[in-house]
Design a protein around this ligand. Sequence first.
Ligand code: ASP
Length: 602
Amino acid sequence: MSTLLEHGRTHDCGSLRAADVGATVVLFGWVHRRRDLGARIFVQLRDRFGITQVVFGKDLDAAAYEAASGLRGEFCVAVKGEVVARGDNSNAAMATGEIEVNATELQVFSPADTLPFNVADDDKLDASEALRLKHRYLDLRRPSLQKNFVLRSRLATLTRITLAEQGFLELETPYMVKYTPGGARNFLVPSRLNPGMFYALAESPQIFKQLFMVAGMDKYFQICRCFRDEDLRNDRQPEFTQIDVEISFATPERVFAPIERLIRRAWSEVLGVTLPDPFPRMTWAEAMNRFGSDKPDLRFGLEFVDITDLAHRSGAKIFEAAKLVKAIVVPAAHSESLSRGRIDKLTELVKKRESGGAKGLAWAKVQEGGSWTSPLTKAISAEFQAEISARVGAEPGSVVLVVADEPHTVHAALNALRLELRDSLDLVKHQGSDPWRFLWVTDFPLFEKSERGYVSSHHPFTSPRLDQLALLDSDPSQVLAQAYDLVLNGNEVGGGSIRIHQSDVQAKIFQVLGLSEAQIQQKFGFLLDAFRYGPPPHGGIALGLDRLSMLMCGAQSLRDVIAFPKTQKGTDLMTGCPSGADDAQLAELYIGHRDLPATPES
Ligand code: ASP
C-alpha cells in the first residue's frame, strides 16, 4: 500500500486559502485540538507553519471517520482530503480560516501519551516552567515559542547573508582553549591525554579573532557559543551565543557601519520596521549625565536636570554639602498617582545600595506660578522654588524629584528612579512614539577602580584614545577607551572596541593593571608574540544573539529564545545534567574523590 508519507505533503498546515477550494491535499501534522460532535469530528491539525481544520464524517469517508474517533491530542498524523469553503463559518482569527479539509484518508504516524501539559493551551498555559523544561520538546511545540525560533533563525540567516555580502569570512575558533585565571570564571575540561591539565571552555573568541587579523583574514565573523561559569542571576545563561565580528584597519565608524546594516536589514525584513540611518551616538559621559546609565532607555523622557548651583544658593541645609544635585520631573499628565505613600516607596528605592544608596529623595509638587507643595517649602524661598521649577521645565501639577549626593550616587539613584517610574507609570506606552531606540554609546572609561587597583572596563586589549596616552602615567582613571556599546531600549545588545596593536601601548596597559612580566607571558605571551609580526590596526564587536532575538520577539526571558536553556542553577531538567561521572572515567582523568556537597535539585 502506498503510504501518505511516500506521497509527501502537498501543503503545510498554514497555507491553504479560499483559492485552494476543490483541491485534493495531503497534510502532515499534530492533533492540536479535537472536537467530537457525533456526526462530525473536527480536528485542528498543526505544524510549525500553522493550523488547518480537518473534518471527518461517515458520509465523507467511513474508514477515516472510524480512525479519527481514536485520535487524541498530539498524535502525529497524515490526512488526505478535499479543500472546501467554510463560507459563513469562516474563522477570521485563523490564517486558514476560510477553508477546511474534508478528510478521505487518515494515517497515524504515531500516537501520543496524555501530555504533562497541554500544548494547545499556549495562551493560557499554567504549567510550571520546571515541568515545561523537563519536557522541553513539547514546550517547543507551542506556537508562541516556535514563532520565537523562526525569528531567531531568520536573524541568524540574515546575519550570515549580510556580513558575507560585505566581505566577512565566517571562521571558527576553538571552544577548548588555554585556561588563564583572572577573567570571567571558566568551565574547565580535564585533559585525559595530559594528566592533571585542563582546557578552559572559551568565554569568547576574543584573542583568536584578533589573531585572525594578524593572519590577514581582513574581516571575520562567527555565530558562536561562549561559556562563562558565573552566577546565573538576572536571566543569564552559562552558554550563550554571540555574533562575533572583527575588522582589520578599523575605526569605530567602520565597525558601526556593517553592524547597523545588519540590524537595519533584520528589523526591516523580519519586523517591517525602518530604523534610522545612521543610529544616534552618545558618549558615555553624556549618557551618564543625562540618564545616569551607560545603556539609557530613550523611549521616554525624565532626563536629569542639573540644579546644583540653584540648590546651593537656595540655602536649604540638605543641599549644602552635596557635590551634585539633580532632578527629574514627572509631568502633570502622569504625576497623579504619585501619592505621598508612593513617594515614600521611591525614597526607599533610592536608599537601597543597589540603586546608589542615596541619603534621601527630595520632592515637590509644582503649583501655578512655579511654587511648591513640598516638605522643603520652609527651607527654600518661593523665589527659588519658582526658579528651580523653571530650570527643570516643570509645569503646574508636575512632581520634581531631587537627589543630592556624590555624583555616582546621584546618577545611580536617579537612574533607578527613572526606570521604576518607566515601569510603574507605563511611560513607554504613553510617551514612546518610537518603539525601537538604538544608540551607540562611545568613549567609555578605559579602567574601573577596584579594591585591587585598576581593572579594564572592557578587556585589556581595548585601545585607549591615542590622544590620551600620556594620562596612562599621570591619571589612568581619566583615560577614555575606544570602546562602544550598542544599546536598544535600555538593554546592552553588543559591545566592542578598537584593539591595541602596538606592543608598547599593550605593555603599558598591563603595567597599569598590575600584571607582572611572568603573568603577562603566562596569559598572553602568544598574543604578544604574534604582535611582533606586523599586526594590522583592528577592532570589532560582539552582539548578543540571544538578547537581540528576545527583544525582537518581545519575549520576557532569554529562556524563551534559547532552545534548550539551563535553569538558574545551571541544570538541564530534561536530560538531568550536570551528572556524576563513573569512577573509571574519573580515574582516567586523575580526578580524585572528595566529599561533595548535596546536589541542587533544579
Ligand atoms: N569579546 C568581547 C565580549 O565578549 C566583545 C568584543 O570586544 O568584540 O564582550
